[in-house]
Write a protein that binds this ligand. Structure first.
Ligand code: KG4
Ligand code: ZN
Length: 342
């Protein structure tokens, strides 16, 4: 029997990127359109939900049309329409969900709701054509820090998570404190290259009763205390050294916990995902340690680490294959748990 290609039009609007993509057979990205609102939020030092929702409304149709145009395809050639329905900002999610439902209703093309973090994890499938579950994945984004065993497509076991700040949140808060502005992650990444990562010793937090959980708020406080004490003593603050030392402290903890998890779960495959996974220091550290331990290391290109719709199309493909379809009662679920099916 002839194999029929599956084309998925995917939509993502959970935070401050309005994005759409066409993905063929799960791993072949035909278009990947991302309208980033970052510059709109910079002057406020973070994402302003109300502004994000309004901008999504303004951009969503253009971005979807552009994704079809770039893929040189028409809507009626799509096998399904996928959309992120959680977690995220409710007003932002609703824009994508409403657009996808409207298109699905008007065209009769099936609708598939996708979990944002499942999307981030699935971003690894796009460029690593040989990657298949099971593997251990570290998800580090602006809102999440999870250590996950990906047991099968769409089947996850969360083995660790943050007790307080997400890794990206810590990057953003520390960047603000040292005057680098928003978004902090890419700025700390860049400045760290000129700094000494061993200049200041910041704490590496362990969570006593949970080996794989993270805690970044103590580290953030340690950086703030260090800055205060320098100011009080009239000592010079070397921004690059603070950035590099902070980044090293985050990376050490992420590497440590991840490698323990890989050993415990016996997978010889390890992947990273989410905005912080584009950090050059983090990628280098994992490349090195996985190389030494003989563990296969997977990571998406930076454009697939930060928010995009191609990753949503990839995650949706595996749901599509299982027969998952959503009705028009699909709603935005701001606190949707990983692996939860609503
Ligand atoms: O995955 P993402 O685009 O959105 C969420 O789902 O949260 O992640 C955004 C987060 C922000 O906190 C941003 O500062 C961080 O990822 N980030 C980075 C880098 N690029 C983005 N953190 C460290 N180094 C980077 N190069
Ligand atoms: Zn994200």
């Amino acid at each position: 029997m002839e194999h029929k290609d599956i084309f998925i039009l995917a939509v993502e609007s959970s935070c401050d990127e309005t994005a759409a993509s066409v993905v063929k057979n799960g791993r072949d990205v035909l278009s990947n359109v991302i309208y980033s609102q970052i510059s709109l939020h910079t002057e406020y030092g973070g994402v302003v939900p109300e502004i994000a929702s309004r901008k999504h409304i303004e951009k969503i149709n253009q971005v979807i049309e552009q994704a079809l145009r770039d893929a040189e395809m028409r809507l009626n050639e799509m096998s399904a329409i996928a959309v992120t329905y959680g977690p995220g900002l409710v007003g932002a999610l609703l824009v994508g969900v409403s657009a996808a439902k409207a298109i699905s209703f008007a065209s009769g093309i099936p609708l598939i709701g996708v979990h944002h973090i499942e999307g981030h994890i699935s971003a690894n499938f796009i460029e690593n054509k040989d990657l298949e579950p099971p593997f251990v994945c570290l998800v580090v984004s602006g809102g999440h820090s999870h250590l996950v065993v990906v047991k099968d497509y769409g089947v996850y076991e969360i083995i660790g998570k943050t007790r307080d700040d997400a890794a990206g949140e810590a990057f953003d808060k520390v960047a603000r404190a040292i005057g680098l502005g928003y978004p902090g992650g890419p700025k700390i990444d860049k400045v760290s290259k000129e700094g000494n990562p061993d200049a200041i010793h910041f704490p590496r937090a362990k969570v006593a009763d949970a080996q794989y959980d993270f805690s970044f708020s103590g580290l953030k406080s340690a950086v703030l205390n260090y800055l205060n004490s320098c100011q009080m003593k009239g000592e010079e603050i070397v921004t690059a050294d603070v950035a590099a030392s902070f980044q090293k402290a985050v990376i050490d903890v992420l590497v440590d916990h991840s490698m323990d998890a890989v050993e415990k779960y016996g997978c010889r495959k390890f992947a990273i995902a989410g905005g912080v996974a584009s950090n050059t220091g983090l990628r280098e550290a994992f490349r090195k340690v996985c190389g030494e331990k003989g563990i296969a290391f997977y990571h998406p290109s930076p454009v697939y680490c930060t928010d995009n719709a191609a990753m949503i199309g990839t995650a949706a493909y595996y749901e599509y294959q299982k027969g998952v379809r959503h009705g028009f009662d699909l709603n935005a679920v701001p606190n949707l748990k990983l692996g939860e099916r609503v």
